[in-house]
Design a protein around this ligand. Structure first.
Ligand code: ZN
Length: 694
């Protein structure tokens, strides 16, 4: 497009001073247009005047459109200032949503109309049976320009894309053979049928031929050998394995022609299903199908940096499927976030880049050589398959020192870095080994002796308080992170943290969903709940110095209850009602003996505190509503000797004069003493206690 500063200098077609034309008076018209040509008739300028203000003599247009055979732009005056717009004219003028009715934009003179039409090469046409407004002609023209431009951008993108994908070499010839003999080796079956007591017939999926089967050999799911091709197979009784399907994730790393590498991920499916497959009713074990899918590609440059993540999807520029760039972030501090995601059924799935895969091994030497990596990695990869190859390869390129760690006896550290993508909190890329890890020589010796993990090292370098060796070893072995420990250290000591976590871990059900699928080791998850709970507790101004508050019996349980309390926001209206009610209730119901007393809560916060201290639902379940409505009162039962600490909470129905609930810490029932105190209180009001109450 022409330079905008230059466009601004051009004269814009103005309205004549006299405003006598009929168009000014027609209330249905929104804008009046005038036109002019410039730049050797290569540029059309159309100015749009708001009809109402123009009729009153206002001289300036609201919008000026500059349009050539290839481009357009509009200068819009809005709220007194000017801006450039790239939208089509109807959008810019705010007419995009108006489809019917008389023209909203008209030209002042027929000569304006003719000029515009000649430039756009359009005939006088009709819209909805009426002469179309000039805005429609301009918009149509703008749409054709847009389409032309889109085709051009697609062509450019397509060229860049094809150049990039051409750097990916074809698959090695032995790839298919490897799939068959490696990852899919177990996917070989003989489907057998017993003919009579002595004979059976089978069909081998590997050599795809019928074969007699030894009756004594053939047992469902038993391993055997195909008499025809000699391959190891698994027997499957016909009719008993109708839903058989094998799926394998594999990967191949190849050198690209531009000096980098590409990781290509494959999903292989062998489908032996013989029923429940509506779209292919003819399917049987004899015509089993194989699907090979390459859902993703990851490109690395010569330094090992990820240059692009590509997933297979529909690409408009190709008018078909191809590898579209996606912004998945695989490295960096928030990498873990991308490692898994919640699937459609609420289950946790591993993101495609981090799935454990079988890696094609025969071309790896070349790839490792390209990145100056030790060949010992090759052995390691082979040993560990299936493996998250993405993390393994990217980390070994970033931290070649891991090979040294392995040799020095720091194999767990190497594993944390290569397999799990963890990196020590303190890490310097150069210098002697202990300096790189930010520890002393003595600590390095200790680390080698006990085969430290990243977690051990982080505790040494990042905690304000230095742990004792025992605590360090335990916490590091359990993979508890220093971030969580530091949060808890505000409240207690390192030693007590270790003791408490140990005790919680022993009690915890390791099969529970939150421990199995949470982020981190079970001890780390429990520590996380604890830290979170303590933080909420101090927000709620609980006394975290108290043993019971600091070391709850069941940390997950306690965490969930306190979180429910945090959700109960302070309610000033409710607070006011509770305060107003207090004197009356106090006068009528408050009671005490030598050991205990009871009273109504004084304000809203007391409700919350009661629930939080005793961990029951008095606040979170909203019992305060019944309390202020007078349907069921809540009373606080306390010990004389400890009047400020929550003890028991009572729910009393004034209509039936029955105590519905009397609950203590974690919804516990009352002791005999407390029950007799309750009865004493009821008797003082002339109520004979019902036997089943509480
Ligand atoms: Zn066979």
């Amino acid at each position: 497009m022409y330079d905008k500063a230059m466009l601004k200098k051009l004269d814009i077609p103005a309205l004549p001073k006299s405003r006598n034309e009929d168009a000014y008076k027609d209330e249905e018209i929104g804008f009046i247009a005038r036109s002019a040509l410039a730049m050797d008739r290569n540029l059309l300028i159309v100015s749009f005047y708001e009809r109402g203000s123009a009729a009153n003599g206002f001289p300036l247009p609201v919008a000026v459109l500059y349009i050539t055979k290839t481009e357009y732009t509009t200068r819009l005056t809005k709220d007194g200032s000017q801006c450039w717009r790239t939208g089509t004219i109807r959008r810019v003028l705010g007419l995009a949503q108006i489809y019917t009715g008389p023209p909203k934009v008209v030209c002042l003179r027929d000569s304006d109309d003719d000029r515009i039409r000649r430039f756009l090469r359009t005939d006088r046409a009709k819209s909805h049976g009426k002469p179309a407004g000039i805005d429609y002609y301009i918009q149509d023209y703008q749409h054709t320009l847009l389409e032309k431009r889109l085709v051009q951008t697609h062509a450019l993108k397509r060229q860049a894309y094809e150049t990039l994908m051409a750097t990916v070499p074809p698959l090695p010839e032995s790839f298919d053979r490897w799939l068959d003999n490696g990852p899919l080796k177990k996917s070989r079956y003989i489907f057998y049928k017993r003919l009579n007591r002595k004979s059976a017939t089978g069909y081998c999926s590997h050599c795809r031929s019928d074969t007699p089967v030894d009756v004594a050999e053939a047992r469902h799911n038993k391993a055997g050998t195909c008499p025809k091709c000699g391959s190891p197979i698994t027997f499957k009784a016909v009719g008993r394995s109708t839903g058989l399907i094998d799926m394998v994730n594999t990967c191949i790393i190849q050198k690209t022609t531009n000096g980098g590498a590409v990781l290509r991920y494959f999903l292989l499916i062998r489908d032996y299903r013989t029923n429940g497959n509506g779209w292919q009713p003819e399917c049987s074990y004899r015509n089993w199908r194989e699907y090979v899918d390459e859902p993703a590609r990851l490109l690395l440059d010569e330094s090992g940096k990820i240059t692009g993540t590509y997933r297979c999807r529909y690409l408009p520029m190709l008018h078909g499927y191809g590898y579209g760039h996606c912004r998945d972030k695989l490295l960096g501090p928030d990498r873990n976030y991308y490692k898994s995601y919640m699937g459609a059924w609420g289950g946790l799935s591993i993101n495609i880049w981090f799935r454990p895969v079988q890696l094609y091994p025969y071309n790896l030497r070349g790839v490792l050589q390209r990145y100056n990596l030790s060949f010992s990695l090759l052995q390691d990869i082979k040993k560990r398959q299936p493996l998250d190859v993405t993390t393994y390869l990217c980390q070994s390129i970033r931290y070649p020192v891991t090979v040294t760690f392995e040799k020095l006896g720091l194999s767990r550290l190497a594993e944390d870095m290569l397999i799990y993508g963890e990196v020590p909190h303190v890490y310097h890329p150069t210098g002697s080994l202990h300096r790189r890890l930010g520890i002393s020589k003595e600590h390095l010796a200790l680390a080698r002796k006990h085969d430290f993990t990243v977690y051990h090292l982080n505790l040494l370098t990042s905690s304000a308080v230095k742990p004792s060796l025992d605590d360090l070893l335990w916490l590091g072995d359990q993979k508890v992170s220093y971030e969580v420990i530091n949060k808890i250290l505000i409240f207690t000591t390192m030693h007590k943290i270790r003791k408490y976590l140990q005790q919680q871990l022993e009690k915890a059900d390791l099969n529970s969903y939150y421990l199995r699928y949470g982020d981190g080791s079970p001890a780390e998850i429990l520590a996380g709940y604890w830290a979170d709970y303590l933080e909420m507790s101090s927000t709620l101004e609980f006394n975290t110095k108290k043993w019971r508050v600091l070391f709850p019996k069941d940390v997950k349980d306690q965490h969930d209850k306190v979180r429910a309390l945090v959700r109960v926001k302070h309610d000033p209206v409710m607070d006011e009602k509770i305060r107003k009610q207090y004197p009356t209730l106090d006068k009528k119901y408050s009671y005490g003996n030598d050991a205990y007393f009871l009273r109504p809560p004084m304000n809203f916060d007391e409700f919350v505190e009661e629930g939080a201290e005793l961990l029951h639902c008095v606040a979170s379940a909203g019992y305060f509503r019944g309390h202020v409505e007078g349907k069921s009162y809540i009373f606080l039962v306390r010990k004389r000797e400890d009047p400020d600490t929550a003890f028991f909470t009572m729910q009393y129905n004034p209509q039936t004069r029955i105590v519905n609930q009397l609950r203590g810490y974690k919804d516990k029932g009352a002791s005999e003493e407390v029950v007799s105190f309750r009865d004493e209180w009821l008797a003082s009001m002339g109520v004979v206690p019902a036997k089943k109450a509480a």
